[in-house]
Design a protein around this ligand. Structure first.
Ligand SMILES: NC(=O)c1ccc[n+]([C@@H]2O[C@H](COP(=O)([O-])OP(=O)(O)OC[C@H]3O[C@@H](n4cnc5c(N)ncnc54)[C@H](OP(=O)(O)O)[C@@H]3O)[C@@H](O)[C@H]2O)c1
Length: 181
């Protein structure tokens, strides 16, 4: 399959204050969201930063892990190294073309630096908004602000707080003027 045009979709879980993690991991446990992320990303290349790769610690099955790092000697089993966003997109395209079960979608998978670098190329954001406003500490990572002037926003589904699991809702943001990658 030739991926002529690709759609880039950011998939993120962020708190009400846009915190996404403390720099080395997530700061909530939301089992429903892990399932949703799997469904949204299966069959797609995931473009992620090296710190996010480190926090996951392995390649996720059924997806390509395209890892951005400025370290040209970096390598890890199951990861495709990219030195910049263009290279990450080229590797993603190659993987989609070479993979039967692939979908024509590239996932911007985080963390904070990678969302900031790639959001301008995304037409959609699939967000889980977690009903917390945590202080993520000195290394906190954030999702960039989504301006209503640029994005249409749809509320999809909500989940109530349950014990240690915070309340959450799924929101889809669609860019008003689509970009092509
Ligand atoms: N809640 C969510 O949905 C979600 C999703 C993903 C991650 N996270 C969280 O986000 C945090 C990590 O985010 P972060 O911002 O600290 O790190 P990150 O974005 O995951 O990775 C940053 C690293 O990516 C590389 N990099 C960044 N920009 C680059 C570019 N333009 N070209 C080449 N390489 C580039 C650099 O690697 P080198 O230093 O190796 O050069 C940089 O140190 C963790 O807490 C993680 O759990 C949360």
């Amino acid at each position: 399959m030739m991926a002529a045009s690709l759609e880039m979709v950011a998939v993120v879980a962020m708190a009400e204050n846009r915190v996404i993690g403390d720099g080395s991991g997530l700061i909530w446990h939301l089992p429903a969201d892990l399932k949703r992320v799997k469904a949204l990303t299966m069959g797609c290349p995931l473009i992620m930063g090296r710190r996010t790769w480190d926090s996951i610690g392995r390649a996720l099955p059924g997806r390509a892990s395209v890892v951005l790092t400025r370290d040209s000697s970096w390598a890890a089993e199951g990861a495709l190294r990219a030195g910049n966003l263009d290279e990450a997109l080229a590797l993603s395209r190659d993987w989609i073309d070479a993979t039967n079960e692939a979908r024509d979608e590239v996932i911007l998978f985080g963390g904070g630096e990678i969302y900031a670098a790639g959001l301008a190329l995304c037409n959609r954001v699939e967000a889980t908004i977690v009903g917390l406003s945590p202080d993520g500490g000195p290394d906190a990572a954030f999702f960039p602000p989504l301006d209503d002037a640029d994005w249409d926003r749809e509320r999809l589904e909500e989940g109530a707080a349950d014990g240690d699991v915070p309340a959450y809702r799924y929101e889809r943001f669609t860019r008003k003027v689509p970009v092509t990658v």
